[in-house]
Design a protein around this ligand. Structure first.
Ligand code: 5CA
Length: 438
């Protein structure tokens, strides 16, 4: 992508309305724009990030045996009358009436819709287990939308729903999601800590929140310091094997949110206890037959008896993750994207646009990288070098390549990692090899 053609409305000044660093940087880097309170447009740079995050989430869901679907955003109120949540949900639910005066709503979550699909389609234990997921926009009319996309009213969520014949099966499904979540967040470069939590409006009696540690997080959290050195990607995972030992291992260390933490009962001595704040990026729930009983989602068991199906639901805040990654990875100059979520891998800076030799060298490198499948943002504008470097620092692409007359005389370009380290003068051959190879 040529910067001269790219829609990237960056801001030089810090927007006054942004209280936390991710919100500030997303606005300044031209990733998002507010449309109304808690409702945002995702501009090209932000949209690329959203797609990258979504892809990691999708890969991990698929690997854990889930199947992708897409349910309607607009739901009939009747289904929520059946589950008993229509009145309980209160003002957070955006209620709509269609032209026939039928009450509808913009989905804040999809337990009812998926239970309806299930009860109309599945009859026997032989068709279980099943686990369906979608990645879709939700609407919750939050009392205090704030921190940009972190607590929006409209937000992008991955939600999935498991169906099992019995409790043991439901626990197996829950454990798969527990492990898949640890892997998803770790792949995105985040340390996430599963914490026992309240299940709130979703209901049920067993649930974990996945919390990323960040000073600006909304939840106060307490955990064993040993958590800070864990790496979920180091373990090999076989989703067909018994995952209980892994879940036990990952829940052995103490971790609790504010509402569950009791200083008197805390098993970790004070010097080993990390106290901080965190961002809830995921939440998993086992709620058994709460919805299947209320809505009549039954299957026959091996003895021929009709039993309500055992369910769980599992959510990841895909749009919130964009903010969480920035909270965890930035410096004074801007964002530092981990490669997996970066909007482009490389920022190519032409230090003297209009100079025939610089233009030619940049064009050649640009074509070569693009042909090799590397995503490059090429700053071909007639701007001062300082402006270009500052913008590259702000938008945080993992690699910067600067091409200028001085280096060209000796056949080199400068390669620098955004995450730190000195710029290296390298031949164009080595620059390509490094960026295409790794
Ligand atoms: N039905 C369940 C699981 S599918 C559910 O809705 N769970 S949830 O309420 O915990 O939401 C799942 C995830 O969505 C949360 O962990 C959080 O990361 C994200 N999320 C929730 N509310 C918001 C919001 N207002 N803005 C941005 N992300 C949100």
């Amino acid at each position: 992508m040529r910067r001269s053609r790219y829609f990237l409305p960056t801001l030089r000044e810090n927007p006054a309305e942004a209280q936390i660093v991710s919100h500030r940087l997303m606005l300044r880097a031209g990733m998002i724009r507010q449309s109304s309170a808690g409702i945002y447009s995702w501009l090209p740079l932000g949209h690329r990030v959203l797609r990258k995050i979504e892809q990691v989430v999708r890969e991990e869901m698929d690997a854990a045996g889930c199947q992708e679907v897409l349910m309607p955003a607009i739901q009939p109120a009747e289904l929520w009358e059946e589950s008993g949540r229509y009145h309980d949900y209160g003002k957070e639910m955006l209620r709509i009436t269609d032209r026939h005066e039928r009450p509808m709503l913009f989905g804040p979550t999809h337990e009812e819709v998926v239970t309806d699909i299930f009860r109309n389609s599945v009859r026997s234990y032989r068709d279980l287990p099943q686990n369906l997921y979608q990645i879709q926009w939700k609407f919750r009319d939050e009392l205090r939308p704030r921190f940009g996309i972190m607590r929006g009213r409209e937000f992008y969520m991955k939600d999935n729903y498991s169906f099992d014949i019995d409790h043991a099966g439901a626990v197996r499904s829950y454990n798969k999601m527990f492990v898949a979540y640890l892997r998803t967040f770790a792949r995105l470069g985040l340390t996430s800590i599963p914490m026992q939590a309240e299940s709130g409006a979703i209901g049920g009696d067993y649930s974990h929140e996945f919390i990323v540690l960040a000073d600006t997080g909304e939840s106060a959290v307490y955990c064993d310091r040993a958590w800070l050195d864990t790496d979920p990607l180091a373990m090999g995972i076989d989703y067909e094997a018994d995952l209980q030992p892994i879940v036990d291992e990952w829940t052995r260390l103490y971790a609790a949110t504010d509402d569950k933490h009791d200083p008197a009962a805390c098993p970790v001595p004070e010097d080993g206890l990390y106290q901080g704040r965190g961002i809830e990026v995921g939440h998993i729930f086992y709620f058994g037959t709460k919805y299947s009983k209320a809505m009549g989602a039954k299957v026959t068991d091996p003895d021929g008896a009709e039993v309500p199906v055992e369910m769980g639901s599992y959510g990841i805040g895909v749009s919130r993750l964009a903010g969480a990654i920035i909270e965890a990875s930035h410096d004074e100059a801007g964002i530092i994207w981990p490669e997996i979520a970066a909007p482009f891998k490389v920022g190519l800076i032409n230090l003297r646009a209009g100079d025939a030799a610089c233009d030619e060298a940049c064009e050649a490198l640009y074509s070569r990288l693009v042909e090799a499948g590397v995503e490059v943002l090429y700053d071909d504008r007639d701007e001062r070098a300082g402006v270009k470097f500052a913008e590259m620092e702000l938008i945080g692409l993992p690699w910067q390549v600067a091409v200028g007359p001085r280096g060209l005389k000796v056949g080199t370009a400068e390669l620098k990692a955004r995450a730190g380290g000195e710029a290296e003068a390298l031949s164009f051959e080595s620059v390509s090899a490094r960026l295409i190879g790794g």
